[in-house]
Design a protein around this ligand. Structure first.
Ligand code: NIG
Ligand code: FE
Length: 416
């Protein structure tokens, strides 16, 4: 079954030219086709101008089963949200209200709240509850245009609870209409049982958790929170090396609360991505650029916990590969809406609309090793795209704070 969409006012392809990502200046090159046309089954079969499509129809070289008119609409690749924590239990609305009254994110964490609040609730929750919460957030993300999502564990911090989270993610992977990538993040914080013996918990991660996760094939990536008051460079290096030996790829939460040289470590280990980077150093920027590690920026977090934004301009101008993601989680950024992230990126991180689109699609796919099949609209890639109810892609940014997604197609099937 093939479908032709014609008269697309603005068709944003992000044409990758077979590269898995776009770095630096190339991020502005989004391959827009005005008055475009798109022919697809499960995969994209052809795209070009409506005039070229009409010629093909006349000559009989294409004969779609269905033709859709998209006058006044914009089509872009589905968003790839490469960093989320959407599997968790409980709410931190009261801690959020405390922050509005003046407490900081760090103060709440130091008083025993923060991640620990969610750890307690997640440990007590059944796997069914975790799946239900994750499903609700993932389906809401989908309605806002997300067609592939990464989900981390990290609110269990014991073998049983981390495995429970990862098994919940596996169920979501099987049942959701969108692609799900799974990340093990046992090194998200230290559990209360090991609060006075961090090294012993690092040993538990390396000697028991990682082998158990690998034996069940539950995670493609391993992540750690490398920051002041969390995991040290040495601890993270040990965990990441062990994860690599189990065939996992690396992601790292880097320099989110303070500059600790985490981005340099991500570069040294050739991590798939280094995320957050609010306090990245110039050396860190160079390290990411040289290693080809995707710099994943999460402006929703800077917004939500009122921190300075990551230096997106410096990263792009240095030639780095920048991606955008939500970081959706109950504490530091509770949104699953990628359109809001794009808005924050262009207004508060001085990214251009074109750079933001590339970052939220192709470069997000690169951060998950998915760009051979997703992240741009090109013949042979999956037909994962959004029909937006705006005449140009600029309008997506211009008219902010509302949901512009009219339809979402995943593998050629309309799911929204
Ligand atoms: O990505 N940085 C560490 N972890 C999350 C916050 C988790 C939480 O507060 O529950 C983050 O910002
Ligand atoms: Fe995170």
């Amino acid at each position: 079954m093939s479908t032709l969409i014609k008269n697309i006012s603005s068709l944003v392809t992000i044409h990758s030219c077979s590269s898995p990502f776009k770095a630096g200046k190339m991020m502005r090159d989004i391959g827009e086709i005005k008055d475009g046309a798109l022919l697809f089954g499960e995969e994209i079969e052809w795209l070009g101008t409506t005039q070229a499509a009409n010629e093909k129809l006349t000559s009989g070289s294409i004969s779609p089963d269905k033709i859709i008119d998209a006058r006044g609409k914009t089509i872009i690749p589905g968003f790839v949200d490469s960093h989320t924590h959407i599997v968790f239990a409980g709410s931190r609305a009261n801690e959020f209200a405390r922050r509005l009254r003046g407490a900081t994110y760090r103060e709440i964490a130091e008083s025993g709240g923060g991640i620990q609040t969610t750890v307690k609730a997640t440990r007590e929750a059944s796997i069914e509850e975790l799946v239900e919460n994750g499903r609700m957030l993932a389906l809401s993300a989908l309605k806002h245009g997300t067609t592939a999502i990464e989900i981390k564990s990290g609110y269990g911090l014991s073998i049983e609870s981390e495995m429970k989270m990862l098994r919940a993610i596996k169920i979501l992977k099987q049942e959701l209409p969108i692609h799900v990538s799974a990340t093990f993040m046992g090194a998200h914080d230290f559990p209360p049982e090991y609060k006075d013996n961090h090294q012993k918990y690092v040993d538990l991660i390396c000697n028991e958790m990682l082998p158990a996760v690998a034996a069940e094939g539950l995670a493609e990536y391993c992540d750690a929170f490398v920051d002041q008051g969390y995991y040290t460079i040495a601890q993270a290096e040990k965990i990441m090396e062990t994860a690599c030996n189990f065939g996992m790829k690396i992601k790292m939460h880097c320099d989110e609360l303070a500059c600790v040289g985490a981005a340099e470590l991500a570069g040294k280990l050739h991590a798939a991505s280094a995320d957050h980077l609010l306090y990245i150093s110039d050396e860190g920027i160079q390290a990411l650029k040289e290693s080809g590690t995707v710099a994943t920026l999460l402006p929703g977090t800077a917004y939500f916990i009122r921190l300075p934004y990551a230096p997106a301009r410096k990263l792009i101008d240095a030639g780095a590969i920048v991606a955008l993601a939500t970081d959706c989680n109950p504490g530091s950024c509770f949104t699953e809406n990628m359109q809001l992230i794009l808005s924050l990126a262009v207004i508060n991180m001085q990214m251009t609309a074109e750079e933001a689109l590339t970052a939220a699609t192709l470069n997000g796919a690169a951060a998950l090793g998915l760009s051979d099949s997703m992240g741009s609209l090109e013949a042979g890639k999956k037909a994962n795209f959004l029909i937006l109810d705006v005449p140009t892609y600029e309008d997506l940014f211009y008219h902010f704070g509302i949901n512009h997604v009219e339809h979402v197609f995943v593998n050629g099937r309309k799911v929204v």
